[in-house]
Design a protein around this ligand. Structure first.
Ligand SMILES: C[S@@+](CC[C@H](N)C(=O)[O-])C[C@H]1O[C@@H](n2cnc3c(N)ncnc32)[C@H](O)[C@@H]1O
Ligand code: SF4
Ligand code: SF4
Length: 410
């Protein structure tokens, strides 16, 4: 397997006016950790409970459901064991999520313990329950990032989507307070039927506040977000993409037309997988622990699950790695010139199709835009025949419209 050299670093930086050293360092660290299969970062779903009840949520349980399951929320001592276990495997970054991690009765102790162990601490929150004690905590132990999901820009969107209209004002206030503390905030926006009317306003808010917004329309299909929920909540893909492109064109100082023109004419030499198995970070340099303390590859997969308290952390991680390495590739994508335009998360495709190696049409550029894809494919074949296609590699394929504009693992 190739080593990361100064040449790799310089190649990645080549052609870019500004180089984000932190990002570059992070990328290298991630690559190294994948090579060595070290779980660099771990996500802890502290509890499945939440003070919101989003219609599309894939994880939330009511207190009654928790009770009926016969299980209990894990307390500080259990999470301390999980943090120590992750550290013993080499983790240096931890993200707290849920449910809503800020409503966990031991949130402050758990967070502070991880921080004092030298971890970079992040959290994903709905931003509605940031108390004075938490602000003190963040002053003492600054998080490396906080992701706040902004579900709209109105009480109505919050009432209709999250069942908590009153939270809207509070969330906006908390965002301002956290921003004033100098915390690196990133806004998530998850589009459902009831908050889609606010998408433009959410993106505009992010631009005004100079905060990165990561929108998604890619609702994951899992036990809690059933096929029926998905049916009711999925927004029109083309309407969604238009707003995403509008946002990106403003950020890049281009006209919408110029942005789209470029989007619908850029294609790439396919990048074959270096090896089989999952191609993202799950089970390669990261894992998730669910509210019952079970280790799994990521939040998007509910299987496989191993209990590190029963079989040991090393053995649980080894099993997760073995599983991740055995997941079949999405073969249709392997030779495809539209790779960077698609969400190629194996869990998302699996969720829709019920088996690996089948591409879900809702995440596939050539199925979503068959006419444009055909024209682009013909152009590619022509350029290839003329010997005009330059091979692109992982480090230099990042033109503006070349990558999935705002891709993420939800
Ligand atoms: C499960 S929540 C937990 C953290 C916190 N409660 C929040 O809402 O940000 C993490 C992220 O997953 C998103 N999410 C929830 N259900 C989803 C689904 N079915 N598909 C995709 N993303 C989803 C949420 O909007 C949020 O951005
Ligand atoms: S706020 Fe987050 S955890 Fe709570 S219901 Fe919504 S998506 Fe689920
Ligand atoms: S999802 Fe579809 S368009 Fe995207 S890379 Fe795979 S086959 Fe190609």
């Amino acid at each position: 397997m190739s080593k990361i050299s100064l040449y790799d670093l310089l190649s990645q930086a080549q052609g870019k006016e500004k180089v984000n050293m932190q990002q570059l360092y992070g990328d290298v660290l991630v690559r190294k950790s994948i090579q060595k299969r070290i779980p660099l970062s771990v996500q802890f779903e502290l509890l499945p409970l939440c003070n919101f009840s989003c219609k599309f949520c894939y994880v939330r349980m009511t207190a009654q459901e928790v009770e009926q399951s016969g299980n209990h929320i894990m307390r500080f001592a259990d999470w301390k064991e999980q943090i120590d276990g992750a550290r013993s495997l080499g983790a240096s970054s931890m993200t707290f999520t849920g449910g809503e991690c800020t409503i966990h009765p031991d949130f402050i102790d758990i967070y502070e313990y991880a921080y004092n162990c030298g971890m970079q601490v992040c959290m994903i929150s709905n931003g509605s329950n940031i108390t004075e004690e938490m602000l003190d905590l963040f002053r003492r132990c600054p998080p490396s990032k906080i992701f706040i999901t902004l579900y709209g820009m109105s009480e109505k969107a919050y009432a209709d989507t999250c069942g908590n209209g009153a939270a809207f004002e509070k969330v906006i206030q908390n965002i301002q307070t956290l921003k004033a503390l100098g915390i690196h905030l990133i806004l998530n926006y998850t589009a459902g039927k009831e908050n889609f009317a606010d998408m433009e306003a959410v993106l505009a808010f992010g631009r005004e506040q100079k905060m990165e917004v990561i929108p998604t329309n890619a609702l994951i299909h899992k036990d809690k977000c059933t096929a029926d929920t998905l049916q009711n909540e999925l927004v029109d893909y083309y309407d969604y993409l238009k707003l995403e492109h509008q946002h990106l064109s403003i950020l890049r100082g281009k006209s919408f037309e110029a942005f789209e023109e470029s989007y619908f004419s850029s294609f790439f030499e396919p990048i074959p997988a270096e090896e089989g198995g999952l191609q993202c970070n799950a089970g390669r340099c990261t894992y998730t622990v669910n509210w019952l303390g079970k280790m799994k590859p990521c939040a998007n997969f509910d299987f496989p699950q191993y209990d590190p308290r029963k079989i040991g952390f090393e053995s649980a991680w080894k099993k997760i790695v073995e599983w991740a390495d055995s997941v079949p590739l999405l073969e249709e994508c392997e030779s495809c010139i539209f790779q960077p335009k698609c969400r190629r998360c194996a869990a998302m495709h699996y969720g829709d199709m019920g088996e690996f190696n089948r591409v879900s049409p809702r995440f596939c550029f050539k199925k979503l835009f068959p006419q444009q894809a055909e024209t682009m494919l013909a152009k590619y074949e022509q350029l290839k025949a003329e010997g005009k296609i330059e091979s692109l590699n992982r480090w230099n394929n990042g033109g503006e419209e070349q990558t999935d504009p705002i891709g993420r693992c939800p």
